[in-house]
Design a protein around this ligand. Structure first.
Ligand SMILES: *Cc1c(COP(=O)(O)O)cnc(C)c1O
Length: 369
């Protein structure tokens, strides 16, 4: 059996940048806590996405949790959340004992539909925050979404976990809202083995998040606490990996783009196949190449045929309003997210794939038609 081809897996730099920074942490015994790699990773990351301030945290999920806390989301507050996403976007709403209302996607972007968002604002005028997602590295329609949040004076959080390296009209995704979050989980475009980043132009609030994330320790010699604390800071070792990975982010985007173009070139003539949306305002990172099928060929046919050849692929995210965990919460919109889930597939988009690997995937799929 040939080597397994993955959807997306860790890819360290050929130059060994990550090991150099990790070695520095070892040499100085600054394995933990915090330390130079954490500070530098935050600075270098903020520079990369062009924002004032960034806090390195243990995960993207922790970053969403801290963003909700930073905008003041509390028990029984309503939070609008894109339905088509990974559950990590929505879970922190529950951590804060708030109430999610899920919003449909549109065909234009696969992300939050501005029309559905406006309907939701009309239905729930006292909403506290909105979480929009840039799925698979595709940007949402930020002009419309930012304008609506301004109009209704509601905080905007961008889940850019999958969109590091994606630009909307030449501005980095994750920098349009009050807060943006990124993930360095093992399957993301760059990884620290596990980790996340919260970004904002509000430096004071980011300082406050760093405080909460280190157990809310008041500046006193003894351990003094006035507020609830969390253990959410990234370690100095993980941050070293992140600094090295940041150096190859542009190469990863380049390779992901080539993967997408390869699939498009070789698969575009299959009856019923459609590639993920392409928009003038969007320069995606192509984290995952995704397609939908509206002909005879079913997503499962492809997923199973690939699995038989030891190749990983998956359906698109199952919308949150269809998840048993979130069944009790309201949903605003139509059936776009549901239809995308039922017809979509993420194709292997691992940056370590060779042209031969890509050809293997294409051959399996073409063999079905
Ligand atoms: C990966 C991911 C997260 C969570 O990030 P972690 O670092 O794994 O906690 C959140 N939202 C989306 C859309 C993701 O893909």
């Amino acid at each position: 059996m040939s080597d397994r081809i993955y959807l997306a897996s860790p890819h360290m730099s050929e130059e060994g940048y990550e090991q150099k920074y990790v070695q520095q942490a070892f040499d100085t015994n600054w394995i933990a806590p915090l330390g130079e790699n954490v500070n530098k990773f935050e600075e270098e990351f903020a520079d990369k996405v062009a924002i004032k301030s960034a806090a390195a945290l243990t995960s993207g999920t922790a970053a969403i949790h801290m963003a909700l806390k930073a905008v003041g989301v509390e028990k029984d507050d309503i939070v609008f959340c894109q339905s088509l996403t990974f559950s990590a976007t929505a879970n922190p709403i529950i951590y804060q004992q708030a109430t999610p209302v899920f919003i449909d996607s549109n065909e234009t972007t696969w992300n939050m539909c501005p029309k559905a968002l406006e309907q939701a604002f009309e239905k729930y005028p006292d909403v506290k925050a909105v979480i929009v997602v840039h799925l698979y590295g595709l940007s949402a329609q930020m002009d419309e979404i930012v304008a609506l949040c301004k109009k209704y004076n509601v905080a905007l959080i961008e889940d850019a976990a999958e969109s590091l390296g994606t630009y909307y009209k030449n501005q980095h995704t994750g920098t349009f809202g009050d807060y943006g979050i990124f993930s360095f989980n093992g399957n993301k475009i760059i990884t620290t083995s596990g980790g996340g980043m919260l970004v904002s132009n509000d430096e004071e609030r980011i300082d406050k998040v760093r405080f909460w994330a280190t157990q809310s320790r008041e500046p006193a010699r003894h351990y003094e606490h006035k507020e609830l604390g969390y253990n959410y800071r990234l370690s100095n070792v993980s941050a070293g990996i992140g600094r090295g990975q940041l150096k190859v982010l542009d190469d990863r985007v380049q390779k992901k783009t080539e993967i997408y173009q390869f699939y498009k070139k070789h698969l575009k003539d299959i009856p019923g196949i459609r590639f993920m949306p392409e928009n003038d305002f969007d320069r995606p990172n192509y984290w995952l190449s995704a397609i939908t099928l509206n002909g005879e060929l079913q997503p499962n046919d492809i997923i199973e045929a690939l699995e038989n050849e030891n190749i990983e692929s998956r359906p698109l995210w199952k919308p949150m309003h269809l998840q048993p965990m979130f069944a009790e919460y309201d949903f605003v919109g139509g059936n776009v997210a549901e239809r995308l889930f039922k017809t979509g597939i993420c194709l292997p988009s691992d940056t370590k794939m060779t042209e031969e690997d890509l050809q293997r995937v294409v051959n399996v799929i073409k063999g079905l038609v």
